[in-house]
Design a protein around this ligand. Structure first.
Ligand code: G6P
Length: 484
């Protein structure tokens, strides 16, 4: 990995290697598989759950593409190899790069900055250097896999410099970029010491996709303010050594494979498991559910506060239970450690105040589950609580809707998610407004079957028609129509 010390400008002076074999190349932070050890102690790859993976897997299989990504652990590169029916290239990151690039620049600089500085972003030049180096390393891998004229689809905030790096050496390929998280207002983005480089990095693409129109608008404004470029509608004019191009920035709201998830929810074993969950909880009158990565953007503490107050006030009636799944995430990043402490303290307080022997009001699960168990949880819940302070899309909201084939249940959904633009049948809330959040939870918990059906039916139609295949097809179609 001698290329790790290179800067973005060095990258552009390098000569490209021979072109690769794949006409479709996905470049993402994560591989769609996890490395595990089998009982014999040998490494094996198992499909990993997660939004991006769920979103792209069907498209990859259809297009016979290659997926370039990282396993999530420090260690050597792996591949190219085949696993779970996909061609994969595993990128290797040293422990120092995991610290400076992944935990540092990605998750302690960009993540909080792009989520409206809910936690204070940290700016360190050493982290930026690691970000440039890792982006260059991914760009090289993409170029090594891409056949002449290939389509390269780069994903998310971890790889914003890759489009320009690839374009600087491979003007033959079409480059798409999709940002899975919000793109912040310029007044916030402007804090980034490397804002111009990031905008230039993204402008290497032919098409830039964002979750919401507001995100695309924020990006276009960043182009004007950080680089002085003129924009016309969704288009930015860019002049580089290969000539003048127009880069488009537009909204392509991501979704889920709703039919596949519904099929899981309809399985007999999954329905049985849902009934078991309710039984294990002593058949609650109302089961509230939260499922999130344990992340400060998800509004878990606001949700717990509202729930605790509702219990104090006795407004939810007897035998109400909250199941909160908080899957472990980014556990070496300080803000995540502090959040875990706060969540666990709050859960303990609520349980301490309200539990009876054998029946705590909060069931807190700091674990990750396979899709079947998630589907059973969605099926078992009367009310789904999705209360992020900021979220690019939030696929959990869509997953809940996809599983509710009986057209019952209710969704409490934060206005500050991309999903709120689409799921008009939800009870929309501002999670900072605790009184408003409490009222919405009570309304959702006491909804009439008729109103629940009307709301759920509308949301299900949306999620069925605008599924992940629709998202990918719309993006790739728009990318294919960008001028050459
Ligand atoms: C979000 C991001 C993804 C990221 C995922 C899990 O959904 O948009 O790019 O992969 O979180 O985070 P992690 O840090 O574990 O990759």
């Amino acid at each position: 990995m001698s290329s790790m010390a290179k800067t973005a400008d060095d990258a552009e002076r390098e000569r490209p290697g021979p072109p690769g074999q794949h006409s479709f190349v996905v470049v993402a932070s994560r591989l769609p598989v996890d490395r595990i050890e089998n009982p014999e102690g040998e490494p094996e790859w198992r499909p990993s759950p997660g939004g991006l993976v769920t979103a792209l897997e069907p498209v990859m299989r259809e297009a016979e593409g290659v997926w370039i990504g990282w396993s999530g652990d420090a260690g050597p590169a792996a591949g190219p190899f085949r696993a779970n029916g996909l061609d994969l290239v595993g990128m290797g990151l040293s422990a120092d790069l995991v610290r400076d690039y992944y935990e540092g620049f990605c998750n302690a600089t960009l993540w909080p900055l792009y989520h409206d500085v809910i936690a204070p972003p940290q700016f360190h030049r050493r982290w930026w250097d690691a970000y440039v180096a890792v982006n260059w390393y991914f760009a090289q891998a993409a170029m090594a896999q891409a056949a002449p004229g290939a389509t390269v689809w780069v994903h998310d905030y971890q790889l914003q410099l890759v489009p320009r790096m690839v374009r600087s050496q491979r003007s033959d390929v079409r480059i798409g970029f999709f940002n899975h998280i919000p793109f912040p207002a310029y007044e916030i983005f402007a804090q980034l010491p490397w804002r111009r480089q990031v905008v230039e990095g993204l402008l290497g693409a032919d098409l830039l996709g964002f979750q919401r129109r507001a995100d695309a608008g924020n990006f276009l404004r960043a182009c004007r303010r950080a680089t002085g470029r003129r924009t016309r509608g969704p288009a930015v004019r860019v002049t580089d050594p290969a000539g003048t191009r127009e880069v488009r920035a537009a909204a392509f709201p991501i979704s889920i494979d709703s039919a596949a998830l519904e099929e899981i929810a309809r399985r007999e074993d999954v329905r049985k498991r849902a009934a078991e969950i309710r039984l294990a909880l002593d058949q609650p009158a109302t089961l509230l559910l939260g499922i999130d990565r344990l992340d400060y953007t998800k509004g878990i503490l606001h949700r717990l506060k509202a729930y605790g107050e509702l219990l104090n006030e006795g407004r939810l009636g007897p035998r109400v239970v909250l199941v909160q799944v908080a899957s472990p995430s980014r556990e070496r990043v300080e803000a995540y450690q502090a959040l875990r402490d706060d969540v666990e303290l709050t859960v303990s307080r609520i349980n301490g105040d309200h539990a009876e022997v054998g029946s705590p009001p909060v069931h807190y699960l700091h674990q990750s589950y396979p899709r079947e168990e998630m589907a059973a949880l969605y099926l078992s819940a009367d009310v789904m609580l999705v209360t992020p302070l900021r979220d690019g899309m939030n696929l959990v909201a869509k997953e809940y809707v996809a599983c509710r084939y009986h057209e019952d249940g209710a969704l409490v959904l934060s206005e500050f998610t991309g999903a709120a633009d689409e799921l008009a049948g939800a009870f929309l809330v501002n999670p900072h407004d605790i009184e408003g959040l409490k009222d919405a939870i009570v309304r959702a918990a006491t909804i009439s079957p008729g109103e629940a059906r009307r709301r759920m039916r509308a949301m299900r139609r949306r999620v069925r028609e605008h599924d992940v295949a629709h998202w990918a097809a719309t993006f790739l179609d728009a990318l294919g129509r960008t001028p050459r």
